[in-house]
Design a protein around this ligand. Structure first.
Ligand code: HEM
Length: 419
């Protein structure tokens, strides 16, 4: 636990223990109040946790920070060979490989390209919310958030939705495996490896099919780039597709789920958003700040460097605990308050770190926003009274990509009955 006993200047750290998964914020606060850069023991490793907004932002934006993958420097993935990026494609790389691969898929994720997906997103959301209203309730994870993100990612990449039952399990094994290895059991690591292998095989087959019969989708476009420009290997295509699927599913589903949960726990904010639906984009930013789907990311010092007066040696690891930075009173007034107008105020609140900052800034941010706005907005506008079926929300074990396993909500009447 984070206690007064600082053993050899290393804070004993429990904020990622399962017992705090449902509400890690009080532990994050203790850590932030201990130091802006807390040396902690994470399993066998000693790393530093950046706990303030300024510290997190500085590491995310600093050019001396990266993945250290080329020479196998990453202390969060001990045993991974230099140049190996288990299941991460360019997310786990540094320039120049990161730059080359990210550029190849960036065009599919511009705000404009994402906006073009809006009618499809609305269609899927309308169907899911109508079924929930008819049923008088839903599990937000299984009945809205996940099927929506699966439908959108499958359409974009050209992966058959019908195959979702098989690949969802693989993606969840990979998502669990994004936690630093010290937070994983040996069984989790075995599952991560098996899931990455099985998803890889599945995607290899899909690439082969699209090579023969191309369609209007991202897999086919990547295959065409490989054929025409010789700047991409087959393995890189498969890893890119695996990254996009893995990065776009659980994260977006967790944003919708965490957002609905925050609203249900703050009925005044829910009512305000119902009365003023134009606040929805700002509300989504507040959801990303208040209870972010990505709680932290990790970085490695690529050279000896200093941040906020703290020295680091090349190869040192930092946990950028954005979710703690989001509750930093030096950056956000009254940071523990969930306020859907925070980002609509003038001047708006400070930029949150929910999609990171810098080189690895989330490629899918516009697409994620469109889905969250449509899903939560439609639920609020179509459903009558919304209530949590139980206060006892069970979380999945993931620490980094944290979110509920399910969220049961009762719906009383439709929007007409509500008004
Ligand atoms: C609410 C939903 C989402 C959240 C909270 C989120 C969050 C993040 C964060 C924090 C990072 C930075 C990771 C790091 O620096 O280590 C990231 C990167 C990334 N995200 Fe997202 N993401 C979301 C949705 C999506 C979607 C829908 C896609 C689409 C496929 C996507 C694709 C990516 C990719 C490809 C990267 C790697 C960028 C790079 O390394 O240059 N994300 N995301």
């Amino acid at each position: 636990m984070v206690n007064d006993a600082v053993v050899e200047n290393v804070v004993e750290f429990d904020a990622f223990d399962l017992e705090h998964r449902a509400n890690p914020y009080p532990r994050y606060r203790v850590l932030r109040e201990t130091a802006p850069f807390c040396p902690v023991r994470l399993g066998a490793a000693r790393v530093t946790v950046a706990t303030t907004y300024a510290g997190c932002a500085a590491v995310l934006q600093g050019s001396e920070w990266g993945r250290g993958y080329a020479d196998g420097l990453n202390p969060f993935r001990p045993g991974v060979a230099p140049g190996e990026v288990p299941g991460g494609s360019f997310l786990g790389m540094d320039p120049p490989d990161h730059t080359r691969l990210r550029a190849l898929v960036s065009r599919a994720f511009t705000p404009r390209a994402s906006l073009a997906e809006t009618p499809f997103v609305r269609l899927v959301v309308d169907r899911l919310v109508a079924a929930a209203v008819d049923d008088g309730g839903l599990d937000v994870v299984a009945g809205l958030a996940r099927p929506l993100s699966v439908a959108v990612m499958c359409r974009l990449l050209g992966v058959p939705v019908a195959d979702a039952p098989s690949f969802l399990g693989w993606i969840q094994g990979i998502a669990r495996g994004t936690d630093p290895d010290y937070l994983l059991s040996p069984a989790d690591i075995v599952v991560r490896t098996a899931c990455a292998r099985d998803l890889g095989r599945y995607l290899f087959e899909l690439v082969t099919v699209r090579r023969v019969a191309p369609r209007d989708d991202l897999v086919s476009r990547l295959v065409a780039i490989q054929r025409d420009q010789d700047v991409l290997t087959e393995v890189e295509i498969v890893e890119l597709c695996a990254l996009l699927l893995a990065a776009g599913l659980d994260t977006t589903a967790n944003l919708v789920t965490n957002g609905v949960l925050a609203l249900l726990r703050h009925p005044d904010q829910l009512e305000l958003l119902r009365e003023r639906p134009e606040l929805m984009p700002a509300a989504v930013d507040e959801m990303l700040r208040y209870d972010p789907p990505s709680q932290f990311v990790t970085r490695v010092a690529l050279a000896d460097t200093t941040v906020g007066g703290q020295s680091f040696r090349r190869g040192d690891g930092v946990v950028v605990l954005s979710a703690a930075g989001h509750r930093d009173p030096a950056a956000f007034p009254d940071p523990d308050r969930f306020d859907v107008t925070r980002y609509a105020a003038s001047p708006p609140a400070r930029r949150h770190l929910g999609f990171a900052l810098g080189l690895h800034y989330c490629l899918g941010a516009p697409l994620a926003r469109i889905q969250a706005e449509a899903a939560i907005g439609t639920l609020l506008s179509r459903a009558g009274e919304l209530r949590l079926a139980t206060e006892d929300v069970e979380y999945r074990p993931n620490a980094a990509l944290r979110g509920p396993a399910s969220l049961l909500v009762n719906i009383k009447g439709d929007s007409d009955a509500h008004r």
